[in-house]
Write a protein that binds this ligand. Structure first.
Ligand code: TYD
Length: 176
């Protein structure tokens, strides 16, 4: 299933590499990567299933919520965050997550509870359930704050432009 994307040019779309690291065409590193979560598989015949652990994440978790009840092919997201960091885990079923910049998008497949996707701020994201009754758990670095959302794609592009200029200026200062 291909979920629709905000960038019209399909050439701007790519799939995350196996190690989950992502670099933009400009060489810029985006804070969007897959992380393997430690999993303890049952060692004895009478133990059931497996335990996967999200421990000591790279930010302090202030909120956990989960997305559920979506039908296959249904989408959420369509926004970016100014400061929020998140880790997304498909605890059941499967999701395709698109992390979008002003120039391209990277597609991540979350189809195992053994993996998480670390998503930093400044990335437009779309979340598409690939299977009925999939459940996506999200650990977030802050409590809910509507002011942290960018919900308009053009406003997001402006935000990215400002960010780029700020980084360029900081780079200029560093080189002095
Ligand atoms: P939102 O994050 O906008 O989800 P999506 O972009 O996937 O639709 O959240 C949908 C609604 O739920 C929105 O009105 C805000 C509200 N909400 C909370 O009140 N608290 C939360 O922690 C979250 C994630 C959403």
């Amino acid at each position: 299933m291909i979920c629709p994307s905000p960038h019209a040019d399909p050439a701007a779309s790519r799939i995350a590499t196996d190690d989950g690291s992502v670099a933009g065409s400009s060489g810029e590193q985006y804070e969007a990567r897959l992380i393997d979560l430690p999993t303890i598989d049952s060692q004895t015949p009478d133990a059931i299933g497996a335990i996967t652990v999200l421990e000591a994440p790279p930010f302090e978790i202030k909120r956990i919520y989960w997305i559920h009840g979506a039908g296959a092919g249904e989408m959420r997201g369509h926004h970016a965050h100014r400061t929020l960091c998140q880790i997304l885990v498909a605890v059941s079923g499967a999701f395709e997550i698109k992390a979008v910049t002003d120039t391209e998008e990277i597609r991540f497949m979350l189809d195992t509870p053994r993996r998480g996707l670390l998503l930093g701020p400044g990335l437009w994201r779309t979340i598409c359930a690939l299977k009925e009754n999939s459940v996506l758990m999200v650990a977030a670095s802050a409590t809910f704050n509507e002011a942290d959302y960018i919900r308009d794609f053009d406003a997001f592009l402006d935000f990215r432009k400002d960010l780029r200029e700020m980084r360029r200026n900081i780079g200029g200062i560093d080189q002095r």
